[in-house]
Design a protein around this ligand. Structure first.
Ligand SMILES: [Zn+2]
Length: 336
């Protein structure tokens, strides 16, 4: 079940991340941030099927494309629109929805659930198209620690970061993959059969007895001896925060091993002071973070307009001298 991902937006412009998860039974679509024009490369059908839209924070360059998203999804029939974000997300989305006149949409479907990630709890509010999104319908708050969303096919974890305001980083994780260890099967001289299916069905009690040939085994014993686990893939989206020592330590333990990291590089290393003043990262800070969290790959996004196309090569080169598997989006068509 691969995690497909696409970096949206151009260099020196707003960026976002689109993720598609195909499980065989279902396709899930996630969007991280929604700056100006970032949705244009996506087909309308894809935009209308986005299950969850996660905002890192509500600065303009991360939310300016919201009207396009809203226009295509305000009266969605088959599933609610789920929005996530840190402090301010409920206020900002409510006011964005109130920024339109809705007199002709009466009776249309459309439910929006806005989830605000606080330090210890997620506060959710439902808004309905039938009443022009006017009445906030508060839902019971949910405590959270690391995971904010859990599904059979994927999960999403969040971390709150410091951008002068709170900003949120996100990680999408595939579930652990379980495979039958055929060598162990031979070693224990157990004949394969339809019972193998039960091993990966974790709704079954490990105490269940299974007769294979003339021997009876417990399901728990068979799982322990015959199942091999491989961690699923993981994708990390980090943007707009200051990387002080404490945050660096926190992130290194939070980022799953072997992740693909999509991280801001608003500033070049030579402008570290400016980066810190504006609560942003530099290219070399992103590279150190990728190195120390044993990442698989690093993609740099969100490059400041103060730089030109000629600086791009140097920004990448500097990052690669620390973490060689650093790239820009393949669609940026910059020599890499
Ligand atoms: Zn910002």
């Amino acid at each position: 079940m691969p995690l497909e991902y696409q970096i949206l937006g151009k260099p020196f412009a707003d960026n976002a991340l689109f993720v598609r998860i195909q499980s065989g039974q279902a396709v899930h679509r996630l969007l991280f941030d929604c700056g100006e024009s970032v949705l244009y490369p996506l087909a309308n059908a894809e935009i209308q099927s986005i299950d969850h839209l996660f905002f890192s924070h509500c600065h303009m360059d991360h939310i300016a494309g919201f009207d396009t998203f809203c226009r295509m999804n305000y009266n969605r029939e088959d599933k609610p629109v789920c929005i996530w974000g840190p402090q301010d997300i409920q206020r900002v989305i409510y006011h964005r929805l109130q920024g339109f006149t809705w007199n002709l949409v009466g009776g249309q479907p459309g439910a929006w659930k806005v989830n605000q990630i606080g330090a210890n709890a997620i506060e959710s509010t439902l808004y309905l198209a039938t009443d022009a999104f006017i009445t906030p319908n508060p839902q019971p708050a949910q405590p959270w620690k690391n995971m904010i969303l859990s599904h059979n096919d994927f999960s999403v974890q969040a971390i709150l970061l410091n951008h002068g305001i709170e900003s949120a980083g996100y990680a999408v994780l595939e579930p652990t993959r379980w495979n039958i260890d055929t060598t162990a099967l031979q070693e224990h001289q157990i004949a394969p059969g339809p019972w193998l299916k039960m091993l990966k069905d974790f709704s079954q009690d490990p105490g269940t007895s299974i007769a294979i040939g003339t021997t009876t085994y417990s399901l728990g014993w068979l799982r322990e001896k015959l199942l091999k686990s491989t961690p699923g893939e993981s994708l990390v989206y980090l943007t707009d925060f200051i990387l002080d020592d404490e945050t660096q330590k926190k992130l290194i333990t939070w980022i799953p091993q072997n992740s693909v990291i999509i991280c801001e590089s608003q500033y070049s290393n030579k402008d570290l002071e400016l980066a810190q003043k504006n609560f942003h990262l530099t290219n070399t800070q992103a590279a150190h973070l990728a190195l120390q969290s044993n990442a698989q790959k690093l993609f740099l996004i969100h490059i400041s307009q103060r730089y030109g196309i000629l600086d791009m090569e140097n920004i990448l080169k500097e990052a690669r001298s620390i973490f060689p598997s650093t790239f820009y989006s393949p669609e940026w068509r910059i020599a890499q």
